[in-house]
Write a protein that binds this ligand. Sequence first.
Ligand code: IMP
Length: 428
Amino acid sequence: MSDSLVILGSQWGDEGKGKVVDLLTTDFDYIVRYQGGSNAGHTVIIGDKKYALHLIPSGILREGKKNLITNGVVIALEELVAEMEKIKDVVDNFEGRLYISDRAHIVFPYHKLLDQLSEQSKKGSKVGTTLKGIGPAYMSKYGRTGIRIADLFEPTYFKERLKNAVEEAKKIAENVYGVKTDLDTQKIYDETMGYFEKIAPLVADTSLMLYNAMEKGEKVLFEGAQGTMLDIDMGTYPYVTSSNSSALGLCNGTGLPPKLVGKATVWGVSKAYVTRVGAGPFPTELKDRHGELLRERGHEYGTTTGRPRRTGWLDLVALRFASRINGFDGLVITKLDVLDGLDEVKVAVAYEIDGKVVKDFPASPVELEKCKPVYKTLKGWKKSTYGLTDKSQLPEEALQFIKTIEEETKIPVVMVSTGAERNQYIWL
Ligand code: IMP
C-alpha cells in the first residue's frame, strides 16, 4: 500500500466506512473528511460505548491524530459544536487534533428550512434528503452567495453577506413556497458568532497543511462520506446528494493537486448486500421477507435520520461501475455475518432492460426503474461468521461469495468485516 489511503463508499452510503476508518487510523498521521456535511453518519463502537459522528472524522477517537474537515465539506456550526461536546469524554482538548478549513462553507438555518420546503413541495419525486440543508448549502456555494469560515473573522463583511443571503432565502420561502418565515439576520449572526468562538482556534488552511504533509511523505487517510451511487455527477441523479461522494471529490474537496491525490491507494467499502435510504432507483431492492430479514438482522435504520433503510441483494453491476469510477485498488466487504444461515445468496451480475441484457450502469432514472436484475445464485453458508477474525475460519460458501465479487469486479477483496466491534474483521 502507498503512504495514503482513500476509503470510499461504493454503494448508496452506510457501507460501514466509519468502522474501517476507525480501525485503520492507527497507521495514519492525518484523517480527512472532504465532502458532504452532517447528512453523513458514522457509528463507531468502542467497548460498550457508541459514538455517532456526523462531521468530525472518525480518527478523532484515537489520540495523536490530526483530523481535518477540509474545504469541500459544508458545516452546520451548531452541529459541529454539539458533536464536539458529545465526545468530550474522549477528547478534552481539540487543539492539535481537529482542524477546520477556512474555505469550508457554512450551513445556515435558512439552508435547512429551504431543504424542507423544497422536499415538501415536490410531488411524487421527493429525493428523501436528510433535511440537513446540504443541497441548499451547495446551491449557495455554487451560486456564489455562500459564506465561508474565513468570512467569520471579518464581522462586518460577514454580516453584510449574511443580510443579503437571509433576504434572498426569505424571498424564496415566500415567493416560491408561499411560506412567511421569521428568519432574522441578527439572531443568526449572534448564534453563528457564538459557535464560531468555540471553533476559531481550530481554523486552518487545510489545503496547505495537507500539501506539506503529503510532500513530506506523511500518511493521510481520506474518509469519504455517503457513497459513489449518491455522487452528484456519477450517481443516480437526481436521487443523489449534492457533492462528489466518489473519488471525483478528492481534489476539489481538499485543494490538493491530482498528482498528490493520485498517489493514494483507493479502497471501496461495500456491504455484502445493498441498502439505500431515501428515494431513487435500486435495481436489486427486495420487498419480500428477505428484504425484511436483511433490515432486521443488519439493524438497517439511518444513523442520521433513524429512517428504515431499503434493502436488497448485492449489486455487482453497481459495484463494477463504482470500481471503475473510483479506480479501486481493493474492496472491503462489511456485514458478511448478516447473510449467515441463508439457504441461498444472490448477487446481480447484469440487468435486463426491455429484454436486453446490460452490464454497465445506465444514467437514466427511467431506464434504471426498468432494470430487472440478472442474478447469480450462490449456496448460502450455515455456519455463523459473526466475529470471525481469521480467513481459515470462513465457511467454503462464504469464500465462494467473496471470490464471485472478485471475479465480477476484477478487484481483490482485502478485508471482510464480521461484526460492528473494532476487532471483528478478517484481512484476506
Ligand atoms: P442530502 O444529502 O441530505 O441532500 O440527501 C440526498 C440523498 O442522499 C437522500 O437520499 C439521502 O437519504 C442520501 N444520503 C445523504 N447522506 C447519506 C449518508 O450518509 N448515508 C446514506 N444516505 C445518505
